[in-house]
Ligand binder design. Sequence first.
Ligand code: NAP
Length: 681
Amino acid sequence: MTQKLSSYAAGSWYAAADDGTPILDSSTGEVVATVSASGLDVAAMVEHARTVGGPALRALTFQQRGLMLKELGKYLTGRAGEIHANYGAAGATTPDAQVDVEGGIGVLFVYGSKARRELPDDTIYTDGGIEPLGKDPNFVGQTIYSSRPGVAVFINAFNFPVWGMLEKLAPTLLAGLPVIVKPATATAQLAEQAFRQIIESGILPEGSVQFIAGGVGDLLDHLGGNDVIAFTGSASTAAKLRSGPAVVERSATFNGEADSLNASILGPDGGPDTEEFAQFIKTVAREVTSKTGQKCTAIRRALVPEPLLDKVIDALTARLGKVVVGDPRDPATRMGPLVSVAQRDEVAGAVRRLAQGADILLGGPDAELTLGSGDPAKGAFFPPTVLLARDRRDRNLHTIEAFGPVTTLFPYTDAAEAAELVALGEGSLVASVVSNDQQFVRDLVREIAPFHGRLLLLDRDSAAAATPHGAVLPNLIHGGPGRAGGGAELGGIRGVLHLMQATSLSGSPALIAAATGRWNANAPEVDPGVHPFRKYYEQLQIGDTFHTGTREITLADIETFAHFTGDTFYAHMDDQAAAANPLFEGRVAHGYFVLAAAAGLFVDPDPGPVLANFGLDRLRFVKPVYPGDVISVRLTCKAKTIRGGIDQGEVTWDVGVTNSDGELVAAYDLLTINALESAAG
Ligand code: NAP
């Protein structure tokens, strides 16, 4: 029986009365599902997201949201096999499906763990340090990021129904924004299945995710300045959505990930016997066949040094000529069909237009298709196709995207010409430079970086460990300028901050500390009553301050430290040489000794709630310390974080070391792990 896909709106599943658009098995042409959202109340969905999902998400700290992503990742891992069982109908081989399903789940895990390591146990994010705004220390600035009381609408492409949803979901939920997902119709059955699992997990707060199977209706008319439209798809749809009133008149944020003609460049050193040559052929061939070339990051343009062109043609066509095309459910198949017959016809049309300026070396729409399995009359099969540019500057070759297993070879003479050809693509998601020639790589990177969101630099050293050209990693930026849509997703925590509102606060140190929950120099100090190292995590207050006694730094100290550690740098040992240094008047204490002496002043030695020191941040030696100087230390509780899932707290202490004139000589953040009173029993 054909499955009728449902939407998930305001807490319940909704099936339209009509049958809507059929989704066909891309190998056999059989109907696998139908899609319609007619009658769906999209205005109520937006309202539900704003009034139910948003507040529930924003009540959670980043740490809690991170834990939620990790739990969801674990749950979906357990059910990935159910999606794999249906993926063959969409034309994907098992490795292709893994990129989508396991790849998407991987993004949840990476963001879950990044949140727990890099974000605070709070609902706002404090960005960077305090900005002095004038001579008077009583007026300072601080930038924060806060969650918008809006909704994010994902409009996704057909090629990654699961990854496309999860890669956006992870940073968006972390940012505290509820989500409405609208997958592409062609593979909506897979997106719906994964979404159903998310709902069945019960892990996400009600209203934080909703789903539209079918068209969006007038959804965008309900969006405004606090909302986000995150679009992935063709440049033409991106242009249409970007020019709508939600964006143009009401300033909804629009993030576009559109098509692009990504390049891979073989360096001049990449002769046929090199590892770089082998990597280049492997990389280009993989990107042509992986997901049948239906990847936004696939290599559409392969740039080859003129003298190496013949060898590359031989190796690439030989390798791709052996690829077994067929039904992905057949274990012998290495490349499945395109997602639909309509898509196959689009690709055939694009290749015909490319062929007006290029020679088809392999495949193409008129090649006789030898299939390992599947029905050539009903399936959307297309062979691996390689073209060779006749005029390497032909604009069409740099701008027509054949969204299938298609790549065009371009010869080039030197790094400058390679960069010029790459730039003719008018902005791409990714390029790879395959070379062991450091000067060539350096020259090229500096020229082509502004045209890309990501560059893969591949050589013999990284070959074994490197992720493929087309692999989008949550830690790295996904997006690109110009034709690639002008958007940026992922890239670690910056992908979360993009979705939040940046606000600069300016005011007195006390009010800034109160608003951010982080102490800053010049904010009021709090008398902790006891040494703050005697307080459990929960008992510590932001601003708790301990002022130490004093210690004179002697020449004997400096000598002892130098010989004990082996650091006999002349500035510590030789008065004359030190005085000749423009920064010093004579022998100075080691900065590390000042730190060690400071610790000797502020630690409270007996066993207690402070379990360990795990590092220093922002360390600066501000002024030299000379023999005879008397130092003292201020230690202030600056920030506290409980990392999700851990029974200990992290405390950041603001430390200032001063000399006898009260001048700051060293400043840093000290990081400690502190016991929780609640866990102490
Ligand atoms: P598409 O036709 O532009 O469709 C993309 C999405 O937009 C689909 O969900 C589609 O829904 C929806 N849509 C179309 N018209 C709309 C409208 N007027 N209002 C609201 N939504 C609308 O692209 P596609 O054919 O699915 O995807 C292939 C393209 O995506 C390729 O060009 C590829 O390069 C690009 N792509 C880019 C990235 C990236 O990250 N940069 C990733 C993957 C793919 P329906 O399916 O229901 O029409």
